[in-house]
Structure formats: C-alpha cells, structure tokens
Design a binder for this molecule. Structure first.
Ligand SMILES: *Cc1c(COP(=O)(O)O)cnc(C)c1O
Length: 436
C-alpha cells in the first residue's frame, strides 16, 4: 500500500498514464493489468477464459480495442434493451448532470426519483417503492420486507422453487437453486429455506399437488414465496407454464403468505409482456425490478409492494448510500419513456420468430439436449457443459458476442436488432453447437 504521502503521487502518476494519448495503443497494457489484478464475474484472477477490451458500444454493436465489431447477443445481461449509446438516454444523463449527479436520499428527495417511482407504481400496480442499487440488493430488500411483515406471526422462512436465480448476496443466494447455485460453498452460513421442484413447461396436476403439499406443510413458518415469473434466468434459462404461478398466488392467498415476483430479468418486455407475471394475470405482493430498468446505463433496481405490506413493515431497515441516484433515476425514466414509444411487442415477437427459425437446425445436432425460445430469449441447451472459451472463439469469428455458461448457449438481444444481425447471432449459436 502507498504511504499517506505517496498516495497523491500515485494518483497523479496513474491519471498521467490514462489521460495521455497512449490510451488506445495501450489496449494490450489494459488487458495485461486487468488479467493480473481485476476480478471478473464468477472468475479467478487471472481468469481461465479470455477477457476482451471494449473501446466503444453503439446500437447493437460492441467494438473491441483491436477494431473487431461484434453484434451484441446479450444486451449486457438483459439490460441494454434499446441498444448502446441511445441519443435519448445519453441526453437524459447529460441533462441530469447539469442539476446534480447525486445527493443523499436520507432526508432529501428529488424530482427524478419521484417521477420514476410514480411511473413504476403505475406500471406495476404496486404503490410503494424502494430504490436499491442492484438487483441482488432489491431481492435482499424484498426478503427483509417479507420477514419484517411476517415476524409478528412467527413467519421466518421463505419458499421457492428449484432452478431459480435471485442474485449473489447472502439473502438472495439462499433462495437460488441449492444444487447449481452456490449453496455448497457457503453451507452452514445460508439460512435453510423450503424448495419445491422445478416448475415444468406444461400444465401439471401432479406439480400442482406438490405445491399444495409443500405450502400446506410449511405454511405456519412461511413469510413469503419468491419466484422468477415464467422464465428462470441464470439458474438454467428455463420457461414454465403460467398455471404454476397462478397456483402459487392462490396458495399464498389461502395461507396468508406473501408472493414475491423477482422480475429483474423478465421485466420491461423481454418475455413479450411487460412483466412475466402478466402471462399469468397475477399480481404479486412484492416485486423486484432491475437490469433493464435503466436501459443498461447505470446500476439501479427497485422493490415495490402493496399498501398492506408497507403498513405491516413499518420502518424498513435498509438505506443504501447511493439510494435513488438521480442520474440512474433520470436515465431509467427516459428508458421507460422510450419503451412506451417503441413497438416493443412487435419487436419481441419478431425476435421470437427469428430465434425460432434460426435455432431450429440446432435441434438435430448431437450433444444438443434442447432448443427453446420464449419472447426475445433463445436457448440451446447442451448435454455437457460447454467450453466457454471455445464457444466464444467460434461466435466471435462470426462477428457475434455471446457469453455461454454451463450447458447453455443463449441469447437475449437488444430489441432494435435487425433481421440480418439476428440471423448472424442464431447461425453463430448453431455453429458453436455444431462444434460440440
Ligand atoms: C440478475 C438477477 C438478479 C441480481 O441482479 P444484480 O443486479 O446482478 O445484483 C436477481 N434476480 C434475477 C432474476 C436476476 O436475473
């Protein structure tokens, strides 16, 4: 560590390097330092899979420092639904900067936050809004709400289904899938919640009875049921039938348990409806949104709830430093305005068709277990875990950016992606699957 005197000199030296014209030519140095010192998601330092330096991102294109242009098949993990560098979103950030980048939310408020809260309340039908700084934190807050609400009646556990993903913080991890999640690394630290099996794709009497049995057995201790509505994202990219969500809503009502919908991945049109819950006509008691909330610009999420939950909770014991950040709130509002204007239902339907057609050839390939498409989400599930570096080599050679994991080669492209670009994404996925 630099001494107190030394740290000013360090800062000057570092900014000298970065501010100089060397910047671009130094992509190799950036990559090298990154490799030795900087953690990437779910990776070691240095990482086992190559990391690429990005120079710029515009529309549905990511440009690497070496000049390669890649069609974005990931929307930066569900977030960049309008593509990158949208003039309206850029302008919202710039305009907000003229007023303030941030002020604390304890004892102060501002128009960007209140306007966004009103928009979200109207959109979800849930009138009480808590702004969090990431999806995982929004889930923590939802869990806190449920536990504060349930505590007076001795309700201290949660129920969920297998195959889920709700984030990487401890409360959220505890409701992720116990097998493919991270439970094995932290067993003994994570609270033990109640798990039903994975909700199936089709309607199922048998599954309904399983849910009924599980809820009945644990109702006395359950504060809430938490699920991703209709689409299970990072837990396995699985889609399930809306019946199962309706069953959970009905059981929650019968036994006085709260229903938490984690819409962080599914929210804002990705599945063909505004929210995953809309496929089932279900309104949750608590909802988490994040990811696409700011159009992929800044980190912000929100937890919304009913009047009744808010009354039961009283003082909610949470308050992030960067709560309701004005820049994030302003760009989120601009992103929602933009969504209201764009024909997103048509765009998602068109992407759904393009994915279904483009991925069909993968069905016949050896090593492919399943090909599935729902809304603007396309998945090739393989029999064995894929070699991530190899898949990326194949798709990048075809000018496409994807980030497979485990047995999943998947895409959720930005809504404005064109027909040809989408065809390039699906044919790159098929090419990668051919190499299995
Ligand atoms: C990504 C995700 C989270 C966590 O959000 P972060 O912003 O990464 O903390 C939680 N729930 C779901 C369903 C997600 O897809």
């Amino acid at each position: 560590m630099a001494s107190a005197d030394g740290s000013d000199a360090v800062l000057r030296a570092v900014s000298g390097v970065d501010g100089s014209a060397a910047g671009e030519a130094d992509a190799a140095a950036t990559a090298a330092w990154d490799r030795e010192h900087v953690w990437h998601p779910y990776a070691s330092v240095p990482p086992s899979v190559p990391v690429h330096v990005v120079r710029r991102a515009r529309g549905v294109r990511i440009t690497l420092a070496d000049g390669r242009e890649l069609i974005d098949g990931m929307s930066s993990w569900w977030a960049a639904i309008h593509g990158y560098g949208h003039p309206r979103l850029d302008a919202a950030v710039t305009a907000q900067l003229g007023d303030m980048a941030h002020v604390m939310f304890g004892g102060l408020t501002h128009a960007p936050a209140v306007r966004l809260a009103r928009t979200l309340a109207e959109l979800t039908g849930l009138p009480k809004v808590f702004f969090a700084d990431s999806g995982s934190v929004a889930v923590e807050v939802a869990i806190k709400m449920a536990l504060q609400y349930g505590a007076p009646r001795g309700r201290t556990r949660l129920m969920t289904v297998r195959g889920g993903y709700h984030g990487d913080t401890f409360g959220a991890m505890a409701v992720c899938d116990p097998v493919n999640g991270m439970h094995h690394l932290f067993s003994g630290v994570l609270p033990a919640h109640v798990f039903a099996s994975e909700p199936p794709r089709e309607p199922s009497e048998e599954y309904r009875r399983e849910l009924e049995r599980t809820v009945a057995r644990h109702a006395h201790e359950l504060a809430a049921i938490i699920v991703e509505p209709i689409v299970q994202g990072a837990g396995g990219m699985r889609f399930y039938h809306p019946d199962h969500l309706r069953t959970l809503r009905k059981l929650a009502d019968e036994y006085g348990i709260l229903l938490i919908a984690d819409e962080i991945a599914t929210g804002f049109g990705r599945t063909g409806e505004m929210f995953g819950c809309d496929h089932a006509g279900v309104r949750p008691d608590i909802m988490c949104v994040g990811k696409a909330l700011t159009g992929g610009y800044l980190t912000m999420a929100a937890t919304l709830c009913t009047e009744e939950v808010a009354r039961g909770v009283g003082v909610l014991m949470h308050g992030p430093t960067f709560m309701a950040n004005p820049l994030a709130a302003a760009v989120a509002q601009a992103s929602l305005d933009l969504l209201a204007e764009r024909p997103w239902r048509e765009e998602v339907r068109r992407i759904e068709q393009g994915l279904a057609e483009g991925l069909t050839p993968a069905r016949r390939l050896p090593g492919v277990r399943d090909v599935r498409v729902f809304g603007a989400i396309g998945v090739i599930e393989t029999e064995e875990p894929v070699d991530v570096a190899r898949v990326q080599e194949v798709v990048m050679a075809r000018g496409v950016w994807l980030r497979p994991f485990n047995r999943l080669i998947y895409t959720m492209p930005p809504y404005p992606i064109g027909e040809d670009d989408l065809a390039a994404v699906t044919s790159a996925m098929v090419a990668a699957a051919r190499e299995l």
